[in-house]
Ligand binder design. Sequence first.
Ligand code: CAP
Ligand code: MG
Length: 387
Amino acid sequence: MELIAKYHVETDLPIKKAAEAIAAEQSTGTWTAVRGADNPLAARVISAEGTDVEIGFPEELFEPGNVPQYLSVVAGNLFGLGSLKKVRLQDVIFPEGLVRAHKGPRFGIEDTRKILGVHDRPLIGTIVKPKVGLDPAGTAAVAAAAVRGGLDLVKDDETLTNQSFCPLIPRLEAVMSALEKVEKETGKKAFYAVNVTTGADQILERAEVAVDHGANMVMIDVLTAGFSALEVLSQHVKVPVHVHRTMHGAFTRDKGHGISMVFISKLVRMTGGTNLHTGSYMGKMALGTEENDLSRDALREVWSGYKRVFPVASGGIYPAKVYGNLDGYGIDCIVQAGGGVHGHPDGTEAGARAMVQAVEAWQKQIPLKEYAKDHKELERALCFWGS
Ligand code: CAP
Ligand code: MG
């Protein structure tokens, strides 16, 4: 069996030559011929036309279970080859032997819905804002207001971890007791994704201590912490894992050079994420719908025995952007707004209600302005931010 890697390549070389250079550099070759050239581990060029290159890597080249090593092969030195002007890893088809070496998500879409008791609509989330600066009590107050307004998920921002102004455990305890109170009063269940991102030597212990202190979901910045850190969490920590993709823009946004979100989505599913930010169809970081479609499908289509993963629409979203994002993602997604909730003129709870109402309008396929006529929080949001 082979692992098949698909690249976009821009080069002054004949494209077949460029493809051979990638195949050699990432398997048995170097810049000059060395003995043993008929090595069975040599990669081969499957096709090379225009700017499209497909390379077949023998499965034996890979150490099953070792995601960092997979990346060193398919996304390693090749990016530095002087003979290539631009190169982007677009997709990877993994052989069954490598897929089976990973368990994938412990909690998938269905498990998360079951815990929440929400089955018939997209989940709605928020990011506590300001990004940083609140103390534990301030964070808890924002989280409680968001859930009182009907949201299913409250998460830390990607830069908040265990800083002195808001230590993780006191923050977690404050938020969880506030959410418990809201649930007692309203019956509304919600997740709080506490950001456990930290060094490889501490991340598992940090997550386990968080769960011991009541965490019902953990969050990881997977590109700064690493895919193997995500896999350690998903395989050892018994709560869903929310995966943020901060730093992705360094290599996903140039369509000619870097690594696609599709490949990152496959790796996150393989290493066990439950929710993954895959970009908004309308929002501040929208990168074009084709990549969203492919990432969305990579997370939810049938793939070996892996559970399905929630794509997360986030980034500059507010009620008027809900329709466009849900048209793209459909019901099995999480639509999230930070500023689009907490910046509502009547505060966080009203901002949450406005997002809930926008999702209801989409479900009923009623135009937002129509629905806003008898939903005042939505009305206020449309007036304030535009429709
Ligand atoms: C959104 C967000 C998320 C972005 C990341 C932020 O806040 O918290 O990190 O969604 O982008 O910090 O910008 P707002 P992506 O809702 O206030 O914009 O989801 O595309 O990875
Ligand atoms: Mg953020």
